[in-house]
Design a protein around this ligand. Sequence first.
Ligand code: FPP
Length: 236
Amino acid sequence: MDNLKIPRHVAVIMDGNGRWAKSKGLPRKMGHVQGGKNVEDMLYVCDDLGIKYFTVYAFSTENWKRSEDEVAALMTLLRSYLSSGFKKAAKNNVRIRIIGDRTRLAPDIQKLIEDLEEDSKNNTGLQFQIAINYGSRDEIVRMMKRTAEDIKSGNINPEDINEDYISNNLDTKDIPDPDLLIRTSGEQRISNFLLWQIAYSEFYFADCHWPDFNKDELIKAIEEYNKRDRRFGDAK
Ligand code: FPP
């Protein structure tokens, strides 16, 4: 643990809530409940370890295809954390930002998001990003549409478009790219998460399910990250 180089930005694909629940003979929903609790716990773990940016994939653009019941359960959980657990984190100097297309979310959730972002915008502690109705391809499509409008109206010229322009026009504007991307539950896929932003990230795949991913597991991931020969990214 001593002398470990701590990644500045850790992003997580939280997989395996359903399998965790199944392994305990519980309904799927309980896996998400436990997963939500773990997100809150991990905020404090990340902060303690000195991680500055923490991003989680809470609900993807694909997740709408799950059963109505499961989508409703996930929305209820998000609502509850946006109005209590994450509010408490905001009081503890955590800055919260939501990435993804929020226009498809229920109006009360959009309002909770706006308030939380506004109330935490000057917080200097952990910078916490929650991906809700997020898909990387969708993020790029939305960015391209805005850019096309800006070109059409003469606000920008095609020559103004470069890598910085793109980074500065994605939902993750002002957030450095992830140094370490973790996916739990043994799957080795990116599932449309931060495709542009992970160009130079190290990947770590944990065998345990998200509800079981804790401080020790995170330290294991960081130890592994320390063993890699990073040629890019660290200096950025
Ligand atoms: C993947 O597990 C997890 C999700 C689709 C949702 C992640 C949501 C949470 C952790 C809870 C709510 C989040 C917050 C920020 C409060 P899975 O259902 O795909 O698991 P499986 O592959 O084992 O079925």
